[in-house]
Design a protein around this ligand. Structure first.
Ligand code: GDG
Length: 464
């Protein structure tokens, strides 16, 4: 069996099951299954003359942590990755803050990673590069003579050509992506957008989802990411009772709870969700004191202006809503701006009657899947899901909403709170089946199978 070499910006903490962030959670599960090397940034920006990579072995996984110079960190990570690519790929061209030196640092860090990784690679390895931080890495490994199979998986959406064209370096990035053997996305929409960008911005020969460019053939497909359903179910049900009875029921005056769990990010649609909750209380005054809304939103990328702004906005909105609707015995919104442990999170999802997953745009959204896994199948809660989350493609039995339409959301929240038990069970059963079918193990196995033999891979793309 070929060795798996995973590359991502952050290396997950394999000893800590409570980590936050979709990629770290999912890749940790995947690499523990198979073993191999996990190569990434060591999280350090201190400059020391003799700093070199730190190598550690944890079970069947070797982690190699590579430093990034502090002069590069800001323009690479906060700059190009998170102030250019992240907003652009989430269709927010208005938030892009492009600077040439951001791009230069992005390319420099990718070169350094290629230099750092190449001595560890063997010809028969399967190299699996993750996410927007490392789009050019595969091409740079090729330039250094790497003959191994190299695949790339994008965790976030891939935008259509009109948006992608706003990136001054779009052609270089497209050509670099075509140096991978496999280019994986979360959804059909992403694959289609990518194919359209190949057609518009490169000279590649296009044959369905196969592309030939500079003598190399690559294949693109969707590999929807999932969760470890059983592990999450276990976490949700073992702690649920204890937590619920001990802490929650005592404090909670309202009968029902709605929950949102998101890194504090503008792509997640939290302000519109707050507004829709407020609108729901105005439209359906009978719900007053019967429901409270718990929003958990741990801090994320706080050094970037757009993130500081959204934090201010949420504090203002939750204050205004509580000021308007609260009573002596009822707090409508509880907004928690810090990270909660993973088992507590699982228990909170289980004890909430409705989950609000309403991103404006999201690659997949694992919280939607975690909520489904956490439910008691006899008395399951209702998932309200944005049609712009990648998860919506596989989860049409959720209550799908348009996160730009606050009125529609308010009505859907009310519908979710009042949904009869038979309908809840029916919807949940199918959602759980599909969450199992597209779990994190399937995701990993399908990607690795495709990367092992890209020429023989049958793409799963439906015809539009
Ligand atoms: C990216 C893409 C894609 C959240 N708060 C806490 C906490 N979390 C955990 C959740 C979930 C993970 O973090 C978040 O994953 P998401 O998928 O929802 O979102 P992103 O972080 O934006 O992930 C996304 C994903 O990559 C995977 O490909 O689905 O579209 O944007 O697991 O439960 N965990 C703990 N405390 C918290 O307060 N312990």
């Amino acid at each position: 069996m070929s060795r798996l070499v995973v590359v991502s910006n952050r290396v997950g903490d394999l000893r800590n099951p409570a980590q936050t962030g979709g990629l770290a959670v999912a890749v940790s599960e995947a690499i523990k299954d198979r073993g191999g090397i996990w190569f990434g940034w060591d999280g350090n920006t201190e400059d020391e003359a003799d700093r070199s990579a730190t190598i550690e072995t944890i079970g069947n996984v070797q982690t190699i942590l590579h430093p990034i110079a502090s002069v590069d960190y800001q323009p690479f990570y906060l700059g190009f990755a998170n102030s250019v690519l992240w907003p652009l790929f989430h269709y927010r061209a208005d938030l892009v803050r492009y600077q040439q030196d951001y791009y230069d640092a992005y390319m420099r860090v990718n070169e350094q990673f290629a230099d750092g990784l190449i001595p560890h690679l063997r010809g028969d390895d399967l190299v699996w590069v993750h996410d927007y931080h490392f789009m050019p890495l595969g091409a740079m490994l090729r330039e250094r003579g790497c003959g191994a199979k190299i695949g790339f998986f994008l965790h976030i959406p891939f935008p259509p050509p009109d948006i992608f064209a706003a990136l001054p370096n779009h052609q270089t990035i497209m050509e670099a992506l075509l140096q991978y053997d496999v280019i994986g996305f979360q959804t059909f929409t992403d694959v289609t957008n990518f194919r359209r960008c190949v057609e518009e911005f490169t000279q590649a020969e296009v044959n369905g989802e196969r592309f030939r460019f500079n003598g190399r053939v690559s294949v693109a497909d969707r590999f929807p990411i999932g969760i470890d359903v059983e592990a999450f179910q276990k976490m949700a049900s073992s702690k649920a009772e204890a937590l619920f009875s001990e802490k929650f029921r005592r404090n909670l005056v309202a009968d029902k709870q709605m929950i949102g769990v998101d890194r504090l990010d503008y792509s997640k649609g939290i302000p519109a969700r707050f507004q829709a909750f407020s609108q729901m209380l105005t439209r359906y005054p009978e719900l007053s004191k019967t429901v409270s809304f718990l929003q958990i939103a741990p801090p994320s990328r706080e050094d970037i202006g757009a993130y500081a702004e959204i934090r201010d906005e949420l504090e203002r909105l939750s204050g205004t809503i509580n000021g308007t609707f609260a009573d002596f015995d009822w707090t409508p919104i509880r907004y928690i701006h810090r990270s909660v442990s993973r088992d507590r999170l699982a228990a909170l999802l289980r004890t909430s009657q409705v989950a609000l997953v309403t991103p404006m745009r999201d690659g997949m959204n694992l919280v939607a899947k975690e909520y489904v896994a956490a439910q008691d199948p006899e008395d399951p809660g209702v998932l309200v899901l944005s049609r712009f989350a990648g998860a919506a493609e596989e989860m049409p039995e959720a209550l799908l909403i348009n996160p730009f339409d606050v009125d529609e959301m308010a009505d859907a929240f009310n519908q979710a709170l009042n949904m009869p038990i038979e309908e809840r069970r029916e919807r949940h059963e199918i959602l759980l089946q599909r969450t199992r079918a597209f779990d994190v193990h399937t995701w990993q196995e399908r990607f690795v199978a495709c990367l092992s033999d890209p020429g023989a891979w049958q793409t799963s793309i439906k015809t539009y």
